[in-house]
Design a protein around this ligand. Structure first.
Ligand code: TXA
Ligand code: MG
Length: 324
């Protein structure tokens, strides 16, 4: 059962005082909940890695309240970054830029670039303004696990590690921000999200590459084998294969775009989701977590359409699922 944590709060002054004393505070965003810490405090940053169980070479995103703060964290900022900031911030876009020399190598995993974004959530924007500086904010889940879209999800994964969870209700979008790399000649999307390549191309008037599984040494979004994954194995399958599997196995969960065939056993938990990528993304992680709670032997997820508007969802489902 999901329980409301006694660490959940909307008291931003309290949250700021915890952050100033080097404690961790989870915060809501429009994408997923972040695990916040003072981005200028090395001890606090180290607590983030420790709490998540995240390898030190996986860099963190720094969240800021105002685009003018970009120059405190990045250097050699191209005009394209200002343009994207003006067009999409606050919003689900993370921009990777050359890092400012003052930025701790702990944040960037030793790389010379830094990821920055202004999240779109009124409580967190107010928190960032009151705090007055940047907050590191990886998704507030254990490393490799499903990202949290409710304060209760954060409490389940990291309740003991945080001083407070700013409860901003369910996240509006439900999957992580689009990450764009601007330090090269041609912009590259390194993680797909609600802001599409087409939307960015329209603003920048240039072609954008989509490379969500970079073959470079750069550590980026979910480059590891298993990411965004529940404990129960997830299989991404065509509807026919799901039905064939379900006819032979009991105690499985199904997430489908179709209704349950009438002849299937009653002990198969069948959830039908809407054929609408916005609604699907909104509840995707909450659904995966809820199915995981049932302790079934597998979660079978029906393959979603292979169209642009489903690309970010396809990416997450592929990474959450068992590799064949
Ligand atoms: O929507 C989001 O972006 C959420 C909310 C809380 O803002 N945050 C989030 O953070 O998803 P995280 O740490 O779970 O994912 C950020 C990804 C990581 O996979 C990290 O490797 C990549 O961004 N990243 C961060 N800095 C980078 C850099 N300098 N170069 C390449 N990748 C970077
Ligand atoms: Mg994450």
């Amino acid at each position: 059962m999901l329980e409301v944590s006694n660490k959940a709060t909307q008291n931003l002054d309290l949250a700021v005082s915890y952050l100033r004393s080097g404690e961790l505070v989870a915060f809501p965003t429009e994408t997923v909940y972040g695990l916040g810490a003072d981005a200028r405090n090395p001890d606090a940053i180290q607590k983030v890695f420790q709490a998540k169980g995240r390898p030190a070479d996986h860099p963190l995103i720094v969240h800021i309240a105002d685009a003018q703060q970009l120059s405190e964290w990045a250097t050699r900022i191209p005009a394209s970054a200002w343009l994207l900031a003006a067009s999409f911030w606050p919003g689900p876009l993370t921009i990777i830029l050359p890092k400012h020399p003052s930025v701790s190598a702990l944040i960037t995993g030793g790389q010379d670039t830094i990821a920055l974004r202004i999240p779109k959530h009124p409580l967190t924007l107010e928190l960032l303004r009151k705090f007055g500086s940047g907050l590191v904010g990886p998704s507030a889940n254990k490393y490799g696990h499903v990202s949290p879209t409710l304060a209760a999800h954060v409490a389940t994964d990291l309740g003991d590690a945080v001083a407070a969870i700013v409860d901003g209700g369910p996240c509006a979008i439900g999957i992580e921000s689009t990450i764009i790399y601007l330090s090269n000649q041609q912009p590259v999307i390194m993680r797909q999200g609600a802001i599409t390549a087409a939307a960015i191309e329209q603003i920048l008037q240039t072609k954008v590459l989509v490379n969500s599984m970079p073959q470079t040494s750069i550590r980026t979004a979910g480059g590891d084998e298993s990411h965004y994954a529940p404990n129960t194995p997830v299989y991404l399958l065509a509807l026919n294969d799901i039905i064939a599997y379900a006819q032979q196995q009991a105690n499985i969960s199904v997430i489908s775009l179709h209704s349950k065939p009438v002849d299937l056993a009653t002990n198969i938990v069948w959830q039908q989701l809407p054929l609408d990528p916005v609604a699907y993304a909104h509840d995707l992680y909450a659904n995966l977590r809820a199915h995981d709670q049932l302790n079934n032997t597998a979660i079978l997820v029906e393959q979603v359409p292979l169209t642009i508007s489903w690309a970010a969802i396809n990416d997450r489902l592929t990474r959450a699922s068992v590799k064949k």
